[in-house]
Write a protein that binds this ligand. Structure first.
Ligand code: BG6
Length: 601
């Protein structure tokens, strides 16, 4: 999880910053980068540790403006860049057109690494500023060329009285404070002092000075926005417009996926993902066993399709609470992976120890919590770091697990010479499209809410998928159980006729994940069987299917092939959430469940 924050004041802004920082210490951030300064030069500061550490790092030399990025993981130095000592950028998000931009900027004489969006953006703004001599206009011209999901903040050395911000899908909120303005991508960092706020619309650029905010829209025309009052400041204020943390965490996913892709790179090598030692230790593995519980188990089941299909490694996936007592056999040169968002689930810890006892040659922990027991136990660590997940049911940590295990599979495939040339380029292209595609899934909320009103009257339902979307159907069913209290089951489409079809009637709705891929026709045939028995269908698909009687269709943004499980997982999370809202359930703390079980179950 990251926060993009900035402040500008008529005088020294540091006291306001330090007041704000105190409030943020509690959020568990552990990495801060800061860009500040003026005509004497722009200064880049980076601190590993609690946000308060930035106070000492910046020191007390008065400065009237500062741009910050706070991360739950390491300081995001890749997200801060100063181009030719003049234009400084701090950002969140990722770009889709990095390669073509880098080629263009290199031809213009700039240092431009396609793997570093911040470097590309600061150079592009510098290029436009050379002729336009206006930071807002230069930023707006640059934003016109950028394709991706991002929020950027920009300062110019020789113009100390201004910060320029721009958004393309990651929110920017601007609030006034005592003697100036502040902005952030979330409400909570602004709560300490903000009285009212302005929300930028994607495509807009805003110039912020100590006395005013000027907004220009995507066409470059000035536009006005009335500040909205901030709702009462209680513990739910941080929820901003969301009714529940589950809803907020579902909506954070596109930006979190974008941040992870920029932090890790799109198709990182194993050494980039796990370090040289990690790459060395995985060079000789011949098989994989994954142990996990709950949603993490479904993420592991999905990852098997990538570890076998992309990396060519035979992979078994085990329920931790069962595996820990299995007199199992672990082949030589086996990598044992423990997947757990909390990193504290006792069954998963015991199962990983058991795999090591049975002979696994290397262990890897995949967790959202870097210093958790799982990460201490495992030889290698792959941290997701999407910030604390408050709601009991896993959402953002689930898609983060999927993305990091997909990147792990690509790294293994590259190391084994199975992913080169066109195939690697295609994987890179698909990954660059992921954040905006995820945003496209969130845009389905009104349709999914209509489905929810209908499904809230049901007592049971099936979720169905094929291939790597079968585990996602199981995860969707788990979400329906956890928060919507529906008796839901996840089934592979091809298995319906081997039993579950017996339960289908007019009272059993079936939700289907139907990406238009080589298996689509087969799943459609399975769904025809359901319709033939009067089952009502709710189909998620990127194909232009026509709705019909008892056939409801929601159009998914696009077919991202191996990455489709991430998109369909978000759609099913959103559907379960909307059903739970319709039913008025206790969503963030559902009955009988807990976030993690650190003792055996
Ligand atoms: C349960 C949670 O307690 O543990 C689930 O309610 C979660 O949401 C499961 O998936 C496994 O947790 P972890 O932390 O090991 O991924």
């Amino acid at each position: 999880m990251s926060h993009l924050i900035g402040l500008i004041s008529a005088s020294n802004t540091l006291p306001t910053l330090y007041h704000q920082i105190e409030q943020l210490d509690a959020f568990g951030f552990r990495g801060v980068v800061a860009l500040h300064g003026g005509q004497d030069g722009l200064s880049e500061t980076s601190v590993a540790g609690l946000p308060a550490g930035i106070v000492d790092a910046i020191g007390d030399t008065p400065t009237n403006r500062v741009l910050l990025r706070l991360d739950w993981g390491d300081p995001a130095q890749h997200a801060m860049r100063v181009c030719r000592d003049l234009i400084g950028v701090v950002m969140r998000g990722s770009l889709q057109n990095s390669t073509s931009l880098a080629n263009r900027l290199q031809s213009l004489g700039y240092t431009a690494d396609a793997k570093n969006p911040t470097e590309l953006i600061s150079a592009l703004i510098h290029w436009y500023h050379r002729t336009q001599r206006d930071l807002t206009r230069a930023t707006q011209s640059a934003v016109q060329e950028l394709v991706g999901l991002f929020a950027i903040s920009v300062i110019e050395r020789d113009n100390p009285g201004e910060i320029v911000v721009a958004t393309s899908g990651i929110p920017i909120l601007i609030a006034s404070h005592q003697n100036g303005f502040a902005f952030s991508d979330q409400l909570s960092p602004l709560l300490p002092f903000a009285r009212d706020l302005i929300r930028l619309i994607p495509g807009e650029v805003a110039s912020i000075t100590p006395t005013q905010v000027q907004i220009i829209d995507a066409s470059g025309s000035p536009t006005r926005r009335n500040p909205e009052p901030i709702s009462p400041r209680n513990e739910r204020a941080a929820l901003d417009r969301f009714g529940h943390f589950m809803g907020k965490e579902i909506h954070e996913q596109p930006a979190l996926l974008a941040d992870t892709l920029t932090r890790n790179g799109l198709t990182p090598s194993l050494a980039e993902l796990l370090g040289d030692e990690g790459a060395r230790l995985l060079a000789n593995i011949d098989a994989v066993v994954i142990v996990a519980s709950g949603s993490s188990y479904h993420a592991a089941l999905t990852a098997r399709y990538w570890l076998e299909g992309v990396a060519g490694l035979p992979t078994s996936v085990e329920l931790a609470s069962e595996y820990r007592y299995l007199d199992g056999v672990v082949p030589n040169n086996t990598l044992a992976i423990g997947v757990s968002q909390s990193g504290e689930t006792a069954d998963t810890l015991a199962a990983l120890r058991h795999a090591e006892y049975l002979g696994a040659s290397v262990t890897l922990g995949v967790s959202n919590v870097r210093d958790s027991k799982l990460m201490q136990l495992a030889k290698l660590q792959l941290a997701n770091e999407v910030g604390p997940e408050i709601a009991v049911t896993s959402t953002k940590t689930f898609t983060a697990q999927l993305l990091s295990m997909y990147q792990l599979s690509l790294g293994l495939a590259q190391q084994r010479g199975r992913l080169t040339g066109a195939a690697l380029e295609e994987a890179t292209r698909l990954l660059s499209l992921l954040p905006r595609a995820a945003l496209g899934v969130l845009a389905l909320e009104p349709v999914l809410d209509q489905w929810a009103q209908r499904l809230a009257r049901s007592t049971h339902l099936f979720c169905v998928g094929r291939h790597s979307n079968y585990p996602i159907a199981r995860e969707g069913a788990l979400k329906m159980q956890e928060v919507a209290y529906l008796h839901a089951e996840g089934h592979p489409g091809g298995e319906l006729k081997h039993g579950p079809l017996a339960l289908v009637d007019a009272d059993l709705p079936v939700v289907a994940c139907l990406p238009w891929n080589p298996l689509a026709e087969k799943l459609l045939a399975n769904l025809q069987e359901v319709r033939a028995r009067h089952g009502e269908l709710f189909v998620l698909s990127d194909a232009g299917l026509a709705a019909a009687d008892r056939l409801n269709v929601a159009r998914m943004p696009e077919d991202l092939r191996e990455l489709n499980p991430i998109l369909y997982a978000i759609a099913l999370q959103l559907l379960a959430y909307r059903i739970a809202v319709c039913k008025g359930n206790e969503i963030d703390a559902p009955r009988h469940l807990a976030k993690a079980f650190a003792t055996e179950q």
